[in-house]
Design a protein around this ligand. Sequence first.
Ligand SMILES: [Zn+2]
Length: 459
Amino acid sequence: MASSGEDLLEANWGGLLDEAAVHTQTLSQLTDEAVQACPSSDESSAHDAVPVCESSESEGPMPTQSWSLKPASPWWAYRLVHLTRQYSREEIRRPVNIISGCAGVSAESFVFKALNIPFNLMSASDPAAHCRAFADENLTNHQATHWFAGIKQQAEGTACLRHPYAERCQGSPVQADVALLGSPCHPFSSQRSTRWTKGSVEGHPEFDISMSQSLKWIKAFLPGVLIYEQVMGFTQPFFEKGSETPLLRFKQLLLSQRDIQPGYWLVTLKLDMKIWLPIARPRLYLVFLNKGKYTKDQAKTFKDIVEDICARQQQLPARTLADTLLAADDALVQQGLQRKSSKELSGLHLQPARAGRWQEDSAKWRAELGVLRTYHPYTQTLDLQKAGLGTVGCKRTLDLLDCVTLAAAKKARTTVKRVEQLLSETLVDVSQSHDRRPLPKLEGPNRCLTTSNADCCAQ
Ligand SMILES: [Zn+2]
């Protein structure tokens, strides 16, 4: 029997291993989420060749298998292999079966692909057509067998978007080895202006998805490993000066499910992407390890390894955005902008912004800058087609670009015309609101640049 709810709730949330009374049903024979590793000691030179095991340099047990990255693997995959070189790994006996629940273009699939770990994406869900299209386009040979519009449909196993005429589509015909669930963060995000008002979190239309719908999803699949990702606002009280947090509520909800056997070990991790790329993106990861498959010691080892990787990555320099983004004049970027401007995609990527909100934020910003709402010195001469903004452009995006340019001109005490040069290394995250002043830099720390798929737009 797993620990009582009280034990769980009194546990230290600073990242210690907790024991959760979440249970699972019959367990099938699963391969551990093992990956074969053998690092190259020089990750920069490893891009040219498949790494070969080194026999002399080792801080611990020697890897039992070599980990063969593909030459086109991204830089972080080589870094990860490098940072885990002292850990032994088990042989992969068969593809890892995974399911993806609104996890941002099935992000975990891209990790498996980058690490060259064979996997089978049994099903995935995402309400955004653009996200689904992106995942399909980039996951050649690994596309989701079933695509659902949301975690509710995925858990219920209704006909999916690929097979609309099917009677049913099974999201997980065999037990998933790994499942990633990214429920909506909006109710909990501290970026939301009314986040701390009493009733605001629970009253948010997406609150139920993160709580009861997530629970139903977990119970429907009972995977070997479940990773639940949320913003840090999930760990903060429901309202100002309150004591209960959404995290505590969620765990109580899980603990009350007595019909789930034999339970999960819970590892709580607080990670921040900024140690890899200079973008502050602190996130909470609740990693549930099925007790039928993993021992408490294994769960503890997993946590130790993740923390060790993070600690050692912190000693290494983070990549700059300039290292990881294509140059503005790169042929691929130009091609992409042209496609984005085309009619083919114009209907896909536009979705309405909250009416009136951006205009209010813009007016506030412009008042600070001392300029009229109708002043658009930058975009009035911009080649919209070339900039990937279609033939008409999106009023919110265009206004944001003007505000950014005007603010930079004011700061540098120069004209809009002259400031364009200064802004050549500035990125404008057009998915973000005016209010957030979304200005990531190619160098140095950043607080935004999101994974958003859409230019929220109101014509
Ligand atoms: Zn289907």
